[in-house]
Write a protein that binds this ligand. Structure first.
Ligand code: SAJ
Length: 448
């Protein structure tokens, strides 16, 4: 049977056979990176059409990921990376990384179906001495309470004897997959110190940043806490924006001046918080507190504030229309930006999706534009024609360069609602737009 010392040696000379389960953003990029580093990597993916695409050296996802397409093609061409739907091909793997989805449902309950299915499929094929690493984001306690028992049962092996287990959460971001993978530090949680040491030996082949050794529950906490932290920070900025609107302040100026105070880093208020990390990970953090009656109040409240921002955007456009003698019913409204993040085509949990639904429920005719989504990439000159309001939801680069005067000339009613604080009030007023900016009470009448 392989000992961890043997495994470290084979990791060092790159003869260890690696496998990655789940060819999504995270799994595919980590598989490509290890293949590029010279390891033999087998990918496992349930979706056959995705397997086909990847084995042809083609990226199975949209969006702009610098370097990933070329690295994938090279890895497949050199046969360092092969992808399959068949778990049986992992029987000879020495290290298996799991990067499967761990969503939460509408009740904010973690859904581990994909993780459980992967562990059940993996168990029977594992060779003795294999190292299994979970990269998926999971609630604190999940390694001990779900992953370890499930894998020991399905493999009939014992962790820290003839099976090794660890948790190494990812810190990637759409649009920066490879650069984050290579240059952002990672927490390395091992079920025992020697396992963590072996994981460091593996990841140092692709990560050129700190690999911080700890235990599994700390690794689970760090990942979910770092994203809950960001969500709470954003919620604070959003609540201050609402206060500024009520008292006639301008949150953008307030934020700039607050951040001149030492140790302040007020985040950006805005039209909402989307993505596959920030809206989900705070719920994972608070989902597994057992019988402890921990008075968890701040984290759910922050989620509620951030989820309310698309509603607030709908309120602002309703007020702006009313001020111009128009109602929401029948109004033609153009939404600029459908993705959740600037210069991305990723719409997962996008605030714009929620906003469009709300506006349509109130009888508006909503038109969507997004330069990074083929379905919504039509000519703005056509889309904006005869609209009664434009809502800017995402800081996409093309919108930063937009000629607002030109856009105004196309509108039936000159209303612009800025959800990200990027439109210059002076410019808007000069070209006759009624500009409302989130965090600034009412339409701008003069450029402060
Ligand atoms: N947002 C705000 N105000 C802010 C920052 C973000 O409203 O001050 C909104 C964005 O518009 C977006 C959402 O929040 O809708 C999320 O934005 P994000 O910048 O956090 O981008 P994500 O979701 O891709 O976050 C990922 C996370 N990385 C991982 O989970 C590994 C996050 O922890 C990182 O901080 C972020 O990337 C990053 O900046 O790298």
């Amino acid at each position: 049977m392989n000992s961890l010392a043997d495994l470290r040696k084979r990791i060092q000379d790159k003869t260890a056979r690696l496998a990655v389960v789940g060819m999504g953003y995270v799994g595919l990029s980590v598989a490509v990176e290890f293949a590029s580093a010279g390891f033999d990597v087998r990918g496992v993916e349930l979706r056959a059409e995705r397997v086909e695409l990847i084995n042809q050296g083609r990226l199975p996802m949209d969006g702009n990921e610098p370097g990933l397409a070329e690295a994938l093609t090279a890895a497949v061409t050199s046969h360092q990376l092969r992808v399959t739907t068949d778990y049986a091909q992992l029987a000879t793997a020495d290290v298996i990384i799991l990067a499967v989805e761990t969503p939460v449902d509408d009740q904010h309950i973690p859904r581990y179906e994909a993780l459980r299915a992967a562990l059940l499929a993996l168990g029977p094929v594992l060779q003795p001495g294999v190292l299994v690493i979970i990269e998926s984001t999971i609630a604190p306690g999940t390694m001990d309470q779900i992953v370890r028992p499930l894998l020991e049962t399905s493999s009939r092996r014992t962790v820290n004897q003839d099976l090794y287990l660890g948790n190494c959460p990812e810190r990637v971001m759409p649009g920066k997959l490879l650069v984050n993978l290579r240059h952002v530090s990672r927490v390395v949680g091992g079920m025992n110190p020697e396992t963590a040491e072996t994981m460091v030996a593996l990841y140092q082949h692709i990560v050129h940043a700190d690999l911080d050794v700890t235990d599994c529950v700390t690794a689970e906490l760090v990942k979910t806490v770092e994203n809950a932290y960001r969500d709470v920070q954003i919620a604070f900025a959003n609540e201050v924006a609402l206060i500024c609107e009520a008292v006639g302040g301008d949150v953008w100026q307030v934020r700039t001046l607050v951040n001149k105070s030492p140790y302040r880093q007020m985040h950006l208020p805005g039209a909402g918080v989307g993505g596959h990390c920030i809206p989900k990970d705070p719920w994972l953090l608070v989902s597994n507190l057992g019988s402890q009656n921990v008075p968890v109040r701040l984290i759910p409240a922050a989620r509620a504030i951030n989820d309310s921002m698309p509603h607030h955007m709908a309120e602002l456009v309703g007020k702006a229309l009313a001020e111009m003698g128009r109602s929401m019913g029948g109004a033609r409204i153009l939404v600029l930006g459908y993705a959740y993040l600037e210069d991305s085509g990723d719409t997962r949990n996008s605030p714009s999706v929620a906003l469009v639904e709300l506006l349509r429920l109130q009888g508006a005719h909503v038109i969507i534009h997004d330069p990074y989504i083929a379905e919504y990439h039509d000519d703005l000159k056509v889309l904006a024609n005869d609209c009664d309001a434009v809502i800017l939801m995402v800081r996409h680069k093309p919108y930063l360069e937009l000629d607002w005067g030109w856009l105004k000339s196309l509108l039936r009613t000159p209303i612009l609602i800025d959800g990200r604080g990027i439109v210059d009030p002076g410019q808007a007023i000069a070209c006759g737009l009624h500009l409302w900016t989130i965090g600034h009470g009412g339409a701008w009448t003069k450029a402060d």
